[in-house]
Ligand binder design. Structure first.
Ligand code: BG6
Length: 479
């Protein structure tokens, strides 16, 4: 029986750079369910073959390790194009007829991928409903929704409510592509397939956690979007909070979508609410120098391109352990990493008294140097009793033969197989907005904390380094 993936927003970048290369890669690896058809929908007029030809080049580029002509020829025969306007119900009806035709009398199910502008998510969902395309009486119907899911709590709630009028929650797959990254899923393995870390994974032994998503890139031509989102909406509400949830959650009783997401959601419930002076003392914001000169950025823009937050999870495991979350554009390098900094020994026996042992740290490198390092103190050979920090190093990339699959492969496959574990649930998205909204409000108020300028290609504002130093801590600024 056929599976069909319908991509709305077919002429967009995401489709050509990520989605179709990911589907091709799955096909090449024999992971795609048999007879999977891919149908692109957007307003432009293309013949099927024209669209295939346009995609060929980007697949050859973005799935280059797996690309070959022969496989492409077979794969691309299952790729179709249907012009359609999301505002036009007749186009949805025509799409329905076209899908019936290519599914040749039956299909296991359909996945509708909304890769459109966010303001079209709701209209597209409503049209799918009105055209009868959400009806799952003869095969599953699922919808994948790209980020951003809303722009604040109220809009996310409204969107959830509206979508729930057409699709049940179990049919809705809200994407956060960070969850599709192998290294993020490896955190589940690290934490829940080993017993050696678990006894230490709590406030008794962990001093603090740092979650950093640094990007070297600046905003480029995205000012229109970025001015409305800024770093908090763009990165924290989704990716950073997801990483925090997976780091902080309790082990689920089973690895299934309900239980995994229940545990993640409990973390968000536990996040201590900021009030009053907390916004000034527990948040830092910055803007890279040159941001105001970027195309389409209005003069005097106060949009933050860097943020650091200190959050607490008020629960049994993490009481009073700070979780430092930071992200910035125009940083020293591209790196996403989670640092679990363990407490120092209670009494230092060895080494200079001025030097605290720096080890006792587990570094989870999410990207691009995928791996895990354990930093610990060892004796300097042939010294009296000096110590230095040494590293046990696991190179995840080498373990996969050097070709880590793109996050979208896993997420697309899971959506077809009906596994929503790596997708955000409605309550999760809303709770995440509930954490970010008050910070946004404080930053937009007259009492907003200073927006520090910072030079690109470093580690954000020096004030952020000072802020950590005042707390007796330091950022792990290593690429
Ligand atoms: C996106 C943000 O969600 O994630 C971008 O909108 C950001 O601003 C990107 O650059 C980062 O993703 P990755 O996978 O390159 O770390």
């Amino acid at each position: 029986m056929a599976h069909t993936i319908v991509i709305f927003g077919a002429s967009g970048d995401l489709t050509s750079r990520k989605l179709v290369p990911a589907l091709y890669s799955l096909f090449k690896k024999n992971r795609l369910p048999e007879q999977t058809r891919i149908v692109g929908v957007s307003r432009s007029q293309f013949e099927h073959q024209e669209w295939r030809d346009a995609l060929r080049e980007s697949v050859a580029q973005f799935a280059k390790e797996l690309f070959d002509n022969e496989t492409w020829e077979v794969f691309s025969q299952q790729v179709f194009y249907q012009a359609g306007d999301i505002k036009d119900l007749e186009d949805f009806k025509a799409l329905g007829n076209f899908l019936d035709e290519i599914e040749e009398g039956g299909s296991e199910g359909r996945v509708y991928y909304l890769s459109t502008m966010p303001q079209l998510y709701d209209p597209a969902i409503q049209q799918l409903g009105a055209a009868g395309l959400a009806d799952d009486s003869d095969g599953f119907r699922r919808v994948i929704i790209e980020k951003p899911f809303g722009t604040d709590l109220a809009s996310a709630q409204a969107l959830n409510k509206s979508i729930h009028g057409v699709f049940r929650e179990d049919q809705i797959y809200r994407i956060d592509h960070y969850l599709g990254k192998e290294t993020v899923q490896n955190i589940f393995a690290l934490r829940f397939a080993n017993s050696i870390f678990e006894p230490l994974w709590n406030h008794h032994y962990v001093d603090h956690v740092q979650i950093t998503v640094a990007e070297e890139v600046v905003i480029g031509h995205r000012a229109g979007y970025y001015e409305r989102s800024g770093i908090l909406r763009d990165m924290f509400q989704n990716h950073l909070l997801q990483l925090m949830m997976i780091t902080a959650m309790e082990p689920p009783a089973r690895y299934d979508s309900a239980m995994v997401r229940d545990e993640k959601v409990k973390v968000l419930h536990s996040v201590r609410k900021m009030t009053g002076g907390d916004f000034a003392s527990n948040t830092m914001r910055g803007q890279y120098e040159g941001y105001l000169q970027e195309k389409d950025v209005p003069a005097g823009s106060q949009t933050a391109t860097y943020a650091a937050l200190k959050l607490y999870c008020d629960n049994w495991r993490w009481k009073n352990v700070p979780f430092y979350l930071r992200s910035g554009k125009g940083m020293s390098c591209r790196t996403t990493q989670i640092v679990i900094q363990f407490k120092q020994v209670p009494h230092i026996l060895f080494g200079e008294k001025t030097r605290e042992p720096l080890g006792n740290r587990l570094v989870i490198q999410v990207q691009p140097a995928e791996g895990i390092q354990l930093h610990f103190e060892t004796k300097v050979a042939d010294s009296e009793m000096k110590t230095r920090t040494s590293t046990l190093d696991f190179d995840f990339n080498a373990a996969t033969g050097g070709s880590m699959p793109d996050a979208y492969q896993r997420l697309l496959l899971d959506s077809m197989l009906g596994d929503a574990s790596l997708f955000a649930r409605s309550d999760e998205v809303e709770l995440a907005w509930g954490i970010i909204d008050p910070i946004m409000a404080a930053w937009n108020s007259p009492a907003a904390p200073t927006l520090y300028p910072y030079p690109t290609q470093l580690w954000g504002p020096t004030e952020s380094t000072d802020w950590m130093a005042k707390q007796g801590r330091e950022w792990f600024d290593v690429c």
